[in-house]
Design a protein around this ligand. Sequence first.
Ligand SMILES: [Zn+2]
Ligand SMILES: [Zn+2]
Length: 303
Amino acid sequence: MNTAITPQKATGEPTAIILPTPDTIFLARAERFEALALHHGLGEWLGFLGRLTHAQHKALEAAGEELAAPAAETLERAREHRMPPLSVATFQRPVVWHDILRNIVGDLLEDAPVGARDTLDALLVTSAEELDKLAEKLLNGEPEGADMARLPYIAAAMQVVFTAVASKLDASALPPMEAHSACPVCGSHPVVSVIRSEGPTAGRRYVHCSLCNTEWHVPHATCVTCGDRDKITLHEIDGDDGIAHAESCGACESYTKLIVQPKNVRVDPVADDLASVALDMLVDDAGFVRSEPNYLLIGAAEE
Ligand SMILES: [Zn+2]
Ligand SMILES: [Zn+2]
């Protein structure tokens, strides 16, 4: 436990929302997974997730043009009602997502570990109707035990779709959200928060969407879940590299991971979150409940 993060002073009003950069988001994440996999007890798994993420990059490159921003009237309606324009509850998933999923699965099958092969084979012959049901359960329902093994791949395809469409929006036209815990683009929860190291946002804390990779500003030492500022405690693992911290809140008893980019400019919210699951165990043991999902971790407990 410590309170030693003293962020650099940033001046002026912070940029409220940073949309994802589709050309590099998954590519940089894949490289980070590969780097983390080299010296890690969970290296094989992280390496596999690196290949999955690289497949996301290729799938986005192939399908990105077909994924258009919503019509102007949809965006206007969202603004009027202060709703995220790509709300997971209402967004019409474009049919091309089935191809995106098959591309990702096809790529992975070339070099898949035995444990994943059956699931990947099954996904290739799953009907479009069943795939749509799985996506609906992932985003808006209660996934069941039998679905779990397939969901990380469904989630990977959904991340590609939502990231591509999010990147085509105008950040300055998005309605501000009242809660820190809802993405202003798709309404999902963030995966972690990041203290950024470069450019005009250096030293600021942004939370990173678990689905569409949008980031939005939340002030330091503020609970992402309930907004409390008085009962915040930072935790880290002694002797660790200082990249991953957990910010727990005594008011709502939840915690959010905090990835410190000034420690390593190449950190990635999704990859560094999964490389620091030991920290989650530490904070879980202290009685706090993680407030945010990491879609690539869905089903891991079931296997
Ligand atoms: Zn989002
Ligand atoms: Zn709280």
